[in-house]
Design a protein around this ligand. Structure first.
Ligand code: MOS
Length: 745
């Protein structure tokens, strides 16, 4: 088995790479407009209650201040109206908090006013002079404490097949609890919105979002205007990891201010506000029970989970879902409850619930392997299935065993000690660990405009976004393959809601969904070219389209080597300037729905634990993906590398620390919230099976954004156990949890 990666790197550049590294690529906040005003949020200093009075007089007198918008002077926002008779017909009741609109405080750090000034500096200088007088209410932010009170829980949502808690009857079983703290996305690019009203009911936005269409529809609903009157531009996104899957307070607030002041308003969140205003991975508690017979066959799996939401919205994700189908097992029961807290609403964060769930499940399987005295990979193979045991449908394709073979060899699995804590290298305790990840491979509907011009250039357009995975590159590559023409002649345009509708970039679905539309659009254009050739080029007179092919920018006959016409020449003969079509592709076909589709990953880690202080150094990582055909090897590899970095953060460093006496996040900065540094990221080998999945869609490609991260933290936890004999079930794995006390430096 060999890696597909290394040989292709140099000929596989990102099509927008040069623009990004030279600064030519513009992000939302980098746009500047004449007469633009700058807005900064003032945020609450209590977790729950009402604002009795808000004194803005001092702040208003500061230099350059144009306005301070708050509940006392906020113009009517149609979508926020509670009276159904007043509310526009297409607008349903508002579920989130109403920014700047009412005097309620629902979490610490909630926007309570917006200072608008002639410069960012002036706006920022005035915020501390806005004084709020609060009526404080009793609040709860302590997940660990509150989850023990069953009356506070919402749900549960339950699932069962076979017998509940069957694992308890198994020869060997594990029952253990796992805890994951709040983690934040905090991508490099800050959330930013520039709003420009072009009339009373028409607005243009530059916005950081994963979904130009979804932001368009949210803004239309908020302001009671037609979708077509909202244009959202988001040409480049500097990372989002799920935080851009909905519009946050910055979008509505910028729109409110721009309308009130009748001038463009730019609102950029601060780094600390990125911790409180744009979602996070919810805190979770999980309990896994898993048992096997002496040969290792799973007898039962029970998976219980509680994760937090806000008090004003329910946010659920797939935290227990993987346990239902990843392994063959007849008896499975799951239970998932929500714990509403006085905090802002969480949102999907890379891998989302499956990443939390797989930490627990993949740790538990490792624990069970020691009980059974079985190799953990052999235990997984023992319970391997090609049919999804939850919906009984065959997987459209599954090659996870190839991932095991590659990873075992490359990480040096044969050196893994069977007895934990028994291997030392250079005075360090050495451990090996592995884990599996899985995520659904969906395919939705998308439309693509395709324009082939008589100069031979191809333009494709879709209102999707590219938050960093390289969608622009992968779509260009797909078009290049489908059209059999050079990448240099193709342009893929995205990031504008005026383009034909595409999905939000999320759930690892963009390549499958938009890629299928691109593929169909290219095939449709090829068909048109063949028809044109038959109609206008004498060499093809009387031919049928199926005897022709289009490649190298030429229409060719498959049966007559002398019949060929270059595309520009064909356009000339036909007296036509271009082919310009908008093509839509839909979700899965009936044939594709006979299968269930997933992407799979397996992660392998070798690490060292310092026996003196418990510090952990990841020495080597092999990460593998089974996601069908890899469209763009370089950007795909980068996604897997990003998953490793995020996974090391999740496993070893990341945790939001709350002060439960105030409800405030104590470490809302990159000084206090620790993401891995370069020195913590080891040599990483990325491998893809890279085999087209014949049953998932026409392009054979599945997503990798989530599987890059899902499971990874368990590989680390499993390796730490292998190195030390200490099982850490609470992330992040810090030296104190390995039983090391602080010693003086
Ligand atoms: Mo992803 S968590 O669906 O952006």
């Amino acid at each position: 088995m060999k890696s597909n990666m290394n040989s292709v790197l140099l000929e596989d550049e990102r099509v927008d790479g040069a623009d990004k590294v030279t600064g030519k690529a513009k992000y939302a906040a980098e746009h500047s407009l004449p007469n633009m005003a700058y807005a900064v949020f003032v945020t609450s200093t209590i977790a729950k209650g009402n604002i009795k009075t808000l004194d803005v007089t001092k702040a208003l007198a500061m230099p350059g201040i144009l306005d301070i918008i708050y509940y006392g002077n906020c113009p009517t926002v149609p979508g926020y109206l509670t009276n159904t008779a007043e509310r526009p017909k297409n607008v349903t009741e508002w579920r989130g908090y109403k920014v700047l609109y009412d005097n309620k405080v629902r979490f610490f750090g909630q926007p309570i006013a917006l200072v608008v000034a002639d410069s960012f500096e002036n706006a920022n200088a005035a915020i501390r002079f806005v004084k709020a007088d609060y009526e404080i209410e009793k609040f709860e932010t302590n997940f660990d404490k509150a989850r023990l009170d069953a009356t506070l829980l919402k749900g549960p949502i339950s699932y069962k097949r076979g017998t509940e808690k069957k694992y308890k009857e198994a020869t060997k079983f594990i029952e253990a609890e796992y805890n994951i703290p709040i983690e934040v996305h905090n991508a490099m690019e800050l959330f930013a919105t520039i709003a420009i009203w072009e009339g009373d009911d028409k607005v243009l936005l530059y916005d950081k979002t994963q979904g130009p269409k979804s932001t368009q529809s949210t803004v239309a609903r908020t302001f009671g205007i037609p979708d077509k009157n909202v244009r959202v531009i988001t040409e480049n996104v500097g990372g989002a990891f799920g935080s851009g899957l909905r519009s946050w307070a910055n979008v509505a607030a910028a729109c409110i201010a721009a309308k009130k002041l009748n001038r463009p308003v730019k609102l950029v969140l601060t780094r600390p506000q990125m911790f409180t205003l744009v979602g996070y991975r919810p805190q979770s508690w999980q309990k896994i029970g898993i048992g096997a017979d002496a040969a290792g066959s799973f007898i039962g799996i029970s998976h219980e989970a509680i994760s937090n939401s806000s008090r004003y919205e329910d946010f659920r994700e797939g935290i227990v879902d993987v346990s239902k189908f990843l392994y063959a097992c007849e008896n499975v029961d799951t239970k998932y409850s929500l714990l509403p807290l006085d905090m802002s609403t969480p949102i999907w964060m890379r891998g989302p619930g499956e990443a939390s769930g797989c930490f627990a499940l993949e740790s538990a399987i490792d624990e069970l392997s020691y009980q059974l005295k079985m190799d953990p990979i052999q235990l997984r193979i023992k319970n391997y299935t090609t049919v999804n045991p939850e919906n009984k449908l065959p997987f459209s394709d599954i090659n996870i065993k190839d991932c095991y073979t590659y990873g075992m060899e490359k990480i040096g699995w044969k050196n893994r000690p069977m007895v934990p804590g028994s291997l030392k290298e250079n005075g360090m305790l050495i451990g090996y660990g592995m884990s599996v990840g899985v995520f659904g491979a969906g395919k939705g509907s998308a439309s693509v405009r395709i324009v082939l011009s008589n100069d031979g250039k191809l333009l494709l357009e879709c209102a999707v976004s590219d938050m960093g995975p390289g969608t622009t590159t992968s779509m260009t590559k797909l078009a290049s393959e489908a059209m059999q023409m050079p990448i240099q002649k193709i342009k893929f345009k995205l990031g504008d809601s005026d383009l034909p509708p595409g999905p939000s970039q999320g759930g690892s679905g963009t390549t499958s969904t938009v890629g299928s539309a691109v593929d169909l659009a290219c095939k449709t254009v090829q068909q048109k070219l063949k028809e044109m050739a038959i109609q206008y080029a004498p060499a093809f007179a009387g031919s049928t389209a199926d005897t022709l092919e289009v490649k190298n920018e030429t229409v060719l006959s498959k049966t007559n080597a002398n019949a060929s016409i270059a595309i520009p020449a064909l356009f000339k003969l036909a007296n036509q300037e271009k082919i310009d079509l908008t093509i839509s592709s839909t979700g899965k076909t009936a044939a594709q729905l006979k299968y269930t589709s997933n992407s799979f990953s397996a992660h392998f880690v070798k690490l060292a634990v310092n026996p003196k202080d418990g510090t952990i150094k990841v020495l080597n990582v092999v990460t593998t993906g089974d996601a069908g055909k890899i469209v763009s090897p370089k950007t795909a590899r980068s996604q897997m590398l990003g998953g490793v970095v995020g996974g090391i953060g999740m496993a070893l460093t990341e945790k939001v620390e709350m002060d439960h006496s105030t409800g405030q996040i104590m470490n809302a900065s990159f000084g206090g919230y620790h993401v891995p540094t370069h020195a913590q990221i080891p040599n990483t080998d990325v491998y893809f099976v890279n085999k087209p999945d014949p049953n998932v869609n026409d392009i054979g490609s599945k997503g990798i954004g989530e599987i890059a991260l899902i499971g990874f933290a368990a590989a680390i936890a499993n390796a730490v156990y292998n190195a030390t004999g200490k099982r850490v079930r609470d992330l992040p794995i810090t030296p104190d949890k390995l039983g090391f006390k602080k010693t003086k430096a």
